[in-house]
Structure formats: C-alpha cells, structure tokens
Design a protein. Structure first.
Length: 611
C-alpha cells in the first residue's frame, strides 16, 4: 500500500502517493494537493485492458448477461448485441414534436426496375399492330400522347411534393427531438433523401418506435440513485490501470497529458483501442443485472472543444462523441439513465491526474480557461439536447472537484478561486436551466465538517430550483486520513453525511463513494457499504466509484490488490460483498430495507422557492 502523508488530514478524502521505487519516482510536481486521489481506483480488479501479457477479464467468471426486453438480443452473439437500430441523426436541422417519426435509413426500399416498367408499358402488344394504329390515326395518337405527358407531369409533381414533405418531417425529427432514441455509433447511415431515390414507394419496414425515458426527478422521494462511474474510459487515471499505462506510455506516464506526449502519433490508435475495450456490452449487462439505474460518465474537455498550443491531448472530437453516442445507446437498451461529468477541464481544475494533467500549476481559474470551460459546457449541452437519446441524460456535473483551497493546505479557501468557481457555477446553472438538464456541482473541497462544507455554498444555492440543482460530495470516510479511522469513526462520519443534508434545501448526491477502508474484514466491507448506501439514500442517493479497478504489479500509484478491489464494483459484486437491488429492483425499497446503524430510513423533501 502506498505510504500516506504522516500529517493528519483535517479534510479527509484525498491521498498523496510517495515514490515507491527509484525506477518509478513521481515527478516533483506530484505533491499532496495534486494527487487528490489515487484516490478512487476503479476497474475490474485484477483484469487488464489491452496488454497481451497481462491477465484478461474472465467473462466466464462474470455474472451471466440476460437478454434485453427493450430490444431483441442477438441469440448468436455471446456477450454483445447486434440488434441496434440506426437512424439519421444529423441529416438536417429542425424542430420536431414528441410524436415525430424517424426516417429509417438502415435498409433501402425496393428499387425502381426499368426493365419491369418497360415490360408493363409494352403490354405484350405486337409491334406491327401498334404501328398500324399510328398510321391510321396520327392526330388522335398525338392527342393521347399529350394527355399522357400532362398526367405524368402532374403525378410526378404530387409525388415529389409529398416526398419532400415526408422527408422534411423526418429530418426535423432526427435532428431536433429530445424524445426519440437515436443510434449507437460505429455505423454510418445515408440521408433519408437517398431512401426515396428510384421509386415513389418503399417496402422497407418502418423503424420501431423508440420510447423516451420518463423524465428523471431528483426531488421525487421515491426516486433514488444507485449508480456507478465509468472512470478511466475517456479520461485516464493511472492508478486505475497502472500496468497498462506504463506498458504503453512509459514509467513517467503519470497522467493523460504525459501519456499522450510520450505516445506521439501512436496516441490515436492506442486510445481508440482502449476506448473500445475498457467498457464492453457484457460489462453493461453485469451492471444492469445488479440494478444499476444511473451510469456516470467522466468526459474531458478535448472531447468537445479544441486544444490549444502546448496541450498534447488526442483531440479528435468525433471519435469521443461517437463513443458517447454508443454508450447512450447501450444505457438506453438497458433502461439506465446517464449523468455526464465534466471531469477534465482546460488548465486543470485541481492538479490531479483525474483532471488530465497532474501539475502544481493549476490554470483553470484564469479568464481564458474560464471562457473555454463555458464553451465546453455549452457544447456538451448542445450535444446532449440534440441527441435522439437525450431523455436518458438526467444531469450534468459541470466540473469535477475544482480546488477552491490554497495550494499548500486543506483548511483555507482561496477567495479568488472560490469566487471564480461560484461565478462559473452561476453561468453553468443558467445554461443548464435553459437546456432543461439538471446540474450537479461539487463543493470544491470546502474545509471543515460536512455541515461546514454545505454552509459554504448556501448563498449560491439560495433561491434556486431543487429540480435543477443538486449538491454533490465525494465522501471517503474510511480513507485519506492519518491515523486511519476506526469503525466507530467511520460510522460517525457516514451518519453525519445523512443528518446534515436535511436542511440544505436541494437534493444531495454522493457522486463518488467506495468501500475503501483498512478496518480489515470482508464482512466489515459489506457492513460499510450497506451503511453508506442506506444513509446516502436519505437524499438523492449515490454513485459508486468505480465500475472497475485493475490491480498492478507496479504499485506506484495503484494500491495493493485487496484495496484496489474495494474500489471495483464488479469485483465486489462477484465476491458477494456489494449489496444491490438486482435487475429492475426498486432502489428506494432496497435502501429502506438495508441494515443501518445511523437509524431508520429518512425521507427528505424539497420545495422550489421560486414557486
């Protein structure tokens, strides 16, 4: 286990690795305040991603995927689906009502057959007889030809007019509707106009109607989050997949910045391979079968805005957004909502590897990077509302863990950073309200007790709509403090998170938590998880960090195997340690029935002060 700071941390929740070996010595910038977390290792325990010489994820040991009810499963496909419907998403701009239909472009209709038409027109009449008729009645024949031409022109005009009306409606539906499902990525589709070429009719079957999800209500006391994060999928965090990052990017690949720098032109292929393998459909089936109802997706700024000179990140936005489209489809197929989390911001919001750049030179608070961050938020909202699967997006976390503290401590707020962050939250809130997507905001590591942290943000919260604003914290009460907390101390901290939230005025989401602690036994890990799930469920619920965490033979930033597993949802699930409601289970009832030393289940409610 990496050695933690010998200093007692008054603000538990963060971790500072020390150099473990001369070969893998972290750079000088790798100081305590930047490594807020090796933090939350999360991957599938001892399973690697791409490397052929590392252990592979053993699908036979995983939970058996079940066939989906929303869309038919592919009986020939073990562990994946092929019955995905594709629609034209970006064919044209427009506005469509909730009942608008999609133009199906997956198959072409029966084409126009000139030979068959010619045969029909010929009618089987002998050429000689037709010639005699023309010679005998040339004037009458000419009139008949003229009438036929006029009739044909009128018919063609009507057909073209109807075709254009139909296509306009369908194109508008595909580009503007928030209520219809779209396609997963990886397949191109032709425009809807192409489907009508050659024939006025089509025998292609109409696409199945994609039913939008019910709008997720954060203030409904019967709606609770039981979620998991897809960490290190689109934003790399070395401690979660250390052996792979060292193998691919070298021993000094501390973050995605240095990883892509080291790889140079090879970064594109390496990252695309990683994105295609780190999360699979079989993984998503496992999550669904355990009752996960929200998937939190960390995303980087370079997926939605251009990089600037000196930033080495792989910046093919189409690749990243195609991956997100794919994941939306996978989540839709399994009845799971999606929370988008802006995890890596321009300039780094905290200096941690989770921001993309492990650095002492935090630059997110500059005006230039605030402007870029506003554009990042705007572009994500535009993409989200423009998606045919927008109904499954239930929130956007506009910045993950911004550090509002001074650089060299955990007890003092840097007022400039705090004001900058609050202003960013105000602008982002207005943008989210306008887009109709709720916003979550992190407390920025505000110092003090749980209540003190909340009080720091009460002025910002005051007067805002609790349906659109959710307070987010990332508690790790069993870790990140010296001396290590006892079971009694852990319980006290968890219970405080529950009781403090009743008076805040908006829902509270524990956007990250885990089983990490060093009390010891597997039975305590389960008790600890039950206590957290039940207590955090008094408000909005919780999201586990992470869906998986690879063990490491290097263990510079990664923890020991047994501790890495406490960050791995799938490992805990397979071990029988992770409580879960099961596929389709009622999450509130599940939370209510969990044993909880913090007391009986509480029901918090919220009223909109603007109403």
């Amino acid at each position: 286990m990496p050695k933690r700071s010998s200093q007692t941390t008054p603000n538990p929740g963060y971790y500072s690795p020390d150099p473990m070996t001369p070969t893998f010595s972290p750079p000088g910038e790798y100081t305590e305040f930047q490594t807020l977390r090796p933090d939350t290792p999360g991957s599938m325990g001892r399973y690697s991603v791409v490397s052929s010489h590392l252990d592979k994820y053993d699908r036979e040991g995983a939970l058996t995927p079940q066939a989906q009810a929303l869309l038919p499963s592919d009986e020939a496909g073990a562990g994946h689906r092929s019955s995905t419907y594709y629609f034209e998403k970006d064919a044209a701009a427009g506005i469509a009502g909730p009942e608008a239909l999609h133009q199906y472009t997956g198959r072409r209709g029966q084409g126009y057959n000139p030979a068959a038409n010619a045969a029909t027109l010929e009618g089987g009449l002998p050429a000689k007889k037709r010639a005699g008729f023309i010679r005998r009645r040339p004037i009458l024949f000419g009139l008949l030809v003229l009438l036929l031409l006029v009739a044909a022109g009128v018919g063609a005009g009507v057909g073209v007019s109807q075709s254009h009306k139909s296509n306009d409606k369908n194109l508008s539906s595909n580009s503007g509707s928030n209520n219809n499902a779209g396609s997963s990525t990886g397949s191109s589709s032709s425009s809807s106009n192409n489907n009508n070429q050659g024939s006025g009719t089509s025998t292609a079957p109409a696409p199945p109607k994609i039913t939008p999800f019910p709008k997720y209500s954060w203030t409904d006391v019967n709606t609770k989050a039981f979620g998991v994060s897809l960490g290190s999928w689109l934003v790399l965090e070395r401690w979660q997949l250390e052996d792979w990052m060292v193998q691919q990017g070298g021993a000094n690949a501390w973050d995605e910045w240095s990883f892509t720098q080291n790889l140079g032109n090879n970064a594109a292929s390496v990252l695309q391979q990683h994105q295609n393998t780190w999360v699979t459909e079989a993984d998503m089936d496992t999550l669904q079968n355990s009752g996960i109802n929200i998937v939190r997706i960390p995303i980087p700024f370079w997926a939605f805005i251009p990089t600037v000179s000196g930033e080495p990140y792989y910046n093919d936005m189409t690749v990243y957004q195609n991956q997100l489209d794919k994941m939306l489809q996978w989540c839709y197929d399994r009845g799971m909502y999606v929370m988008l989390d802006l995890h890596a911001m321009p300039g780094s919001q905290n200096g941690d590897q989770s921001s993309g750049h492990n650095t002492t030179n935090i630059q997110w608070f500059t005006q230039a990077n605030q402007d870029r961050s506003d554009t990042f938020v705007k572009n994500v909202l535009s993409w989200a509302t423009g998606s045919n699967l927008s109904s499954i997006i239930n929130a956007i976390g506009v910045v993950n863990e911004p550090r509002i503290l001074i650089d060299n401590g955990w007890n003092t707020i840097n007022q400039t950073r705090f004001q900058t962050t609050q202003s960013f939250y105000e602008r982002s809130y207005q943008a989210c309200v306008q887009a109709g997507i709720p916003m979550t905001f992190h407390n920025g590591f505000a110092p003090g007790s749980v209540t003190d942290k909340m009080n720091t943000w009460r002025p910002f919260i005051s007067g805002k709509n609790p349906n659109m604003l959710i307070y987010e914290d990332h508690p790790y009460p069993g870790w990140f403090s010296t001396p290590e907390p006892s079971a009694d101390q852990i319980q006290t901290s968890v219970c405080e998170y529950g009781s403090a939230g009743n008076s805040l005025g908006i829902p509270i989401l524990m956007g990250e938590f885990s089983a990490i602690q060093n009390v010891g036994s597997a039975s305590y890990s389960k008790t600890y998880l039950q206590m957290q799930l039940a207590t955090y469920g008094w408000s909005a619920g919780s999201i586990f960090w992470n869906f998986k965490a690879n063990s490491s033979t290097t263990q510079v930033l990664a923890l020991s195997d047994n501790l890495m597993q406490l960050y791995s949802y799938v490992d805990l699930l397979q071990a029988g340690t992770m409580p879960n409601p099961g596929k389709g289970g009622n999450v509130r009832n599940f939370y209510t029935n969990l044993p909880n030393p913090c007391g009986g289940f509480q029901t918090y409610g919220w009223a909109n002060p603007a109403q």
